[in-house]
Design a protein around this ligand. Sequence first.
Ligand code: BLA
Length: 314
Amino acid sequence: SDSSSRYHCSPLLLNVSSVPFFTPDAKKCSSLYADFVEFAVREVAESTQVSPFPIQEGLKEVLAYDGKTKLHSNAFQSSKMRLFRIANLDGGENMQVLNMAIFPNPEYDLPIFCADFFSTATKHIIVLDLNPLYDTGKNKWYKTKYYADLIPVMNRYIKLLPWGQRLTAESLQFFSPIVIWTKLELRQEVQENLFPAFKEYLQVWLKMMENAEIASNSEEVQRNQRAQHRYLLWRATKDPGRPLLHRLFGEAWCEMYIKDFLFNGATTLGTETFLDYFPEYRCADGSINKERSIVGKSYVKRPWDEHGNFTMAI
Ligand code: BLA
């Protein structure tokens, strides 16, 4: 496509008031995930002193090239939260996306709250987790510290939110034993089964945050920061939403949005590159393998048992 016209239309460069279909009253159209966003913002604000995370005013609501899909973005911070950010894509009946994450301040080894919901009219691809900062298979102390008490909570929800079949095998190192990975067919299931799980997982995370103790030395802070940087580079480089965001908003704008907003910190929390952390993705010419996965898709069943023990060989 013609790059000059792409830049001309680049949403970031537009003054909000010049976007033709900008509607300041976003509440009027109730998206599938509007209640989730409202709950989360209220719940977080009630549990800690938040302030806005500085983002350009023009980023808060952006209209896609199709003239109807809207991307709502918002972000906050607090003493223990480096970044609480919400991206909500409203494409009407055919597409709804909620991508919410809370990244702790690196002075805390807290998990990363992760809600990643992609919905079309007929299917809902759901990841809900408190993503571990440290792989729980290799770091038993971390698993015990944050997840041991939550196994019964997970067991309650996975009855109605069963394992969503095969997934990119590499993702598993970023998932916890309490991850909810599911595919649903009905909006009703999203509202009745997923929404309560979302609420409880957020509340559990906020409780963890209240109780979190600050790292006792700078090595610990550096270690937490490096773990978060590695996570951010994984997601910023391999996000399954990238092709869709490219189509809707153009490549240049999408790359900015992924790097500076969705996975803010990917270029600032460390100097390592994606290939430093994930050398198996290096191509012969030194570039990053474009495939999302080297291993392929696997895990047809939940790889943890009802006690949260990993039961499958990698
Ligand atoms: C699919 N999203 C998926 C899948 C996972 C995730 C596991 C299933 C496909 C797969 O196995 O990879 C989510 N993967 C994650 C998360 C982590 C991870 C949260 O590794 C954390 C470490 N997704 C988005 C956004 C959009 C989006 C913003 O985050 C859209 C704008 C869409 N996700 C999306 C789509 C699919 C998907 C379209 C299905 C396409 C596919 O399977 O590649």
